[in-house]
Design a protein. Structure first.
Length: 671
């Protein structure tokens, strides 16, 4: 099963056997009755009993001793697949490997599934199709789907035991392509992949995150690949998505007449998807009437496009119905409009149709919602999970609000827009799509392009505070906070979902609670909560007892009153393996004024900080103006991916910030 284009800002992972999702699956079905039937495990499993283990550390929960994936292409619309896997459980956490599960839908039929356990002592256990159960596979973002799971719990997946399974699947393929993902979060001793094609067929194999392995011919238009001793992937905070770092082979197979569906390159994949859209862009009398109503009072093309964007974002509910090819093919625009709901590709289709009514061309863009899943080195594959738009701007149309643009050599100036994200206005992109690679489905085929990165100031928190400190250490005053870009949309999304007005100051409480030893909010208000075309913000006042610490005739005051920019993500014993991915470009500023108590003078100030590492910068300064201590700082993320060889620089950057955030101003009681 593969990712579908249906994302509602959900970090959806590809449907691949035994990745991180297996833990959740195992816990969901841990209450399924087990059948302990004694039977001999197959020879291919018994051959692994004394097999040497791949390199691993003491924390490794299990190792994959053997994996085998055999694919037989019978015709352009029929495939057969056999999968075998066997694990040795090393720690209690590895018991989840005793749950075998297969996701299937109307295009797929699981013809058999069996599992075995070879205990360290005692007789083998076996379970088969009779013990398997079926459950609906319906993620939260899907209203209806034809996807199901067949789950088989293997008895006694205990430490020291070997568990294994095999299943067979018949499939009517949507793509004539396979993705062999042979790397996991546990070490892999040996993994096999075999491909058998009909006479006259060919294949193209591409390797990702692993050196190319040449196949061995097995006769009858068949080939085999083998990899061994594959290291485990240790999850890291802020790492690229799994499919962007795991070792895998993408193999496309084709014969004359099937190359468009083979996705042997991005151009062919774009053509295939363009054919899927087909006449689904056709308008209807109802759409024409709505377009006329939305544009009746609009005088410029930009105003009309903004009206369409607002309508699709807010009046078309996000509802995903994924049945068969519907996981990839959008519903007709007329249906989406009539029903007033659709998923990401449906919303994009309807907006394209509305734009055509005013003579504006636009194109689908397929993308993954985590940067790093697809890069310029990635071979053409169907690993996207989201669809947005590229709008061809009319000649001469310029406006400061249109930031997410690029000049295309053939299409001219195009603007990228996500109709699914209702909190990002037309003209901008959310951070996770910026500097990300997507497939532009252009009229003459597909093209992998990098989406633009917006200026850092467009995603920001601008915080100012006017505060007063008294001799007892009480700090009080008011704060004004303005948020732009995704800094605003994230809070809007969160606060519009709460039922009680009192809960809308939770972000303020969390901010103050993480910064102050104690606090009491005396006033709070939310600014422009529903006006997405305006800056969002908070205005609030607070008091904090004992903020300043007394030391004899001295008062110690931290000028960085609220907000923390430091991070401990790199403060681990293990060396970093993968790049560090930031959500989006950022520029946050703080400006705090603290009136010091009468009778006190400033005895010592923290030194200024100027740290610029290229990918990020931090500048902070504390000054005295009369009886006022002024603290200002700017925190900026300029590059969205920091390579591993700069991880130590990033760690140093965060340590510099942490040091500044702890610094204090020393106030001395005047004689």
């Amino acid at each position: 099963m593969n990712s579908r284009f249906c994302c509602s800002r959900v970090r959806q992972r590809p449907r691949i056997e035994h990745l991180l999702l297996v833990v959740a699956i195992a816990s969901l079905f841990s209450d399924v009755p087990r059948t302990f039937a004694g039977s001999e495990a197959p020879a291919w499993m018994h051959a692994l009993v004394n097999a040497p283990l791949p390199a691993h550390d003491a924390k490794t929960e299990a190792v994959l001793l053997y994996s085998e994936r055999n694919v037989t292409v019978i015709s352009a619309d029929k495939m057969h697949r056999t999968v075998r896997e066997a694990y040795k459980i090393l720690r209690p956490e590895g018991r989840n490997r005793g749950t075998a599960w297969v996701v299937f839908d109307s295009h797929t039929k699981v013809t058999s599934i069996r599992g075995w356990c070879i205990p360290a002592q005692g007789k083998d256990y076996e379970v088969n199709d009779k013990e398997a159960i079926e459950r609906a596979y319906k993620p939260d973002w899907e209203l209806a789907t034809d996807a199901k799971m067949k789950i088989l719990n293997i008895p006694a997946p205990d430490v020291g035991n070997i568990v294994g399974y095999e299943y067979e699947v018949d499939e009517r393929p949507i793509f004539l392509q396979e993705i062999w993902l042979f790397q996991d979060i546990v070490p892999v001793r040996e993994s096999h992949y075999s491909l058998r094609l009909p006479p006259g067929w060919e294949f193209k194999a591409s390797w990702i995150n692993h050196p190319e392995v040449k196949p061995v011919e097995a006769g009858n238009n068949s080939w085999q690949w083998v990899v061994s001793d594959i290291k485990s992937i240790r999850p890291e905070e802020n790492m690229p998505p799994f499919q962007g770092v795991a070792g895998q082979m993408v193999v496309s197979f084709f014969t004359s007449g099937t190359t468009l569906n083979a996705n042997i390159n991005w151009a062919a994949m774009g053509t295939w998807y363009s054919n899927l859209i087909g006449q689904r862009l056709d308008s209807s009398p109802e759409i024409k009437q709505q377009v006329a109503a939305l544009t009746a009072s609009k005088t410029t093309p930009l105003e009309k496009m903004q009206a369409f964007a607002n309508f699709v974002q807010r009046d078309i509910r996000y509802v995903a119905i994924e049945l068969g090819i519907g996981g990839y093919q959008p519903h007709p625009a007329a249906e989406v409009f009539s029903h007033r709901y659709g998923d990401c590709k449906d919303k994009a289709t309807l907006m394209r149709t509305m734009l055509r009514e005013i003579g504006v061309d636009s194109y689908h863009v397929l993308i993954y919602t985590e940067r790093g899943a697809v890069t310029p080195l990635t071979p053409a594959n169907h690993g996207f999970n989201h669809a947005i738009l590229a709008v061809k701007l009319p000649e001469g149309l310029t406006d400061s609000s249109l930031v997410a643009t690029m000049n295309h050599p053939k299409l001219g100036r195009i603007l990228f827009f996500d109709p699914t994200n209702e909190y990002i206005p037309f003209g901008q992109l959310p951070g996770y799509l910026q500097a990300n690679y997507g497939l532009l489905v252009a009229p003459d085929g597909g093209e992998l392009i990098e989406l633009p990165q917006q200026p850092t100031a467009m995603n920001s928190i601008q915080r100012t505070a006017k505060l007063t400190l008294d001799s007892s250490g009480l700090l009080k005053g008011e704060v004004k906070e303005t948020r732009l870009g995704e800094r605003a949309s994230a809070e809007r999304h969160r606060l519009l979902a709460v039922a009680k007005d009192a809960d809308r100051i939770k972000p303020i409480e969390e901010l103050l609670g993480g910064s102050l030893p104690s606090f009491h909010i005396t006033h709070a208000s939310v600014i422009n909560l529903q006006q997405t075309d305006r800056s969002f913000g908070f205005n609030y006042s607070f008091e904090s007892q004992n903020y300043a610490k007394t030391a004899g005739n001295l008062l110690l005051v931290r000028p960085r009153v609220i907000g923390m920019k430091g991070s401990s993500i790199l403060e681990t014993k293990e060396p970093r393996s993968f790049p560090i991915e930031f959500e989006g470009p950022t520029r946050d500023t703080d400006a705090f004024e603290i009136i010091i108590p009468a009778g006190y003078t400033v005895d010592d100030l923290p030194p200024p900080v100027d740290a610029d590492f290229g990918f990020a910068s931090y500048h902070a300064k504390t000054e005295v103006n009369g009886n006022v201590v002024d603290y200002t700082r700017t925190y900026e993320i300029k590059e969205l991916s920091v390579p591993v060889d700069k991880a130590e620089q990033l760690k140093k950057f965060y340590r510099i910030i942490a040091g500044d955030e702890r610094n204090t101003v020393v106030l001395k009681l005047a004689p």
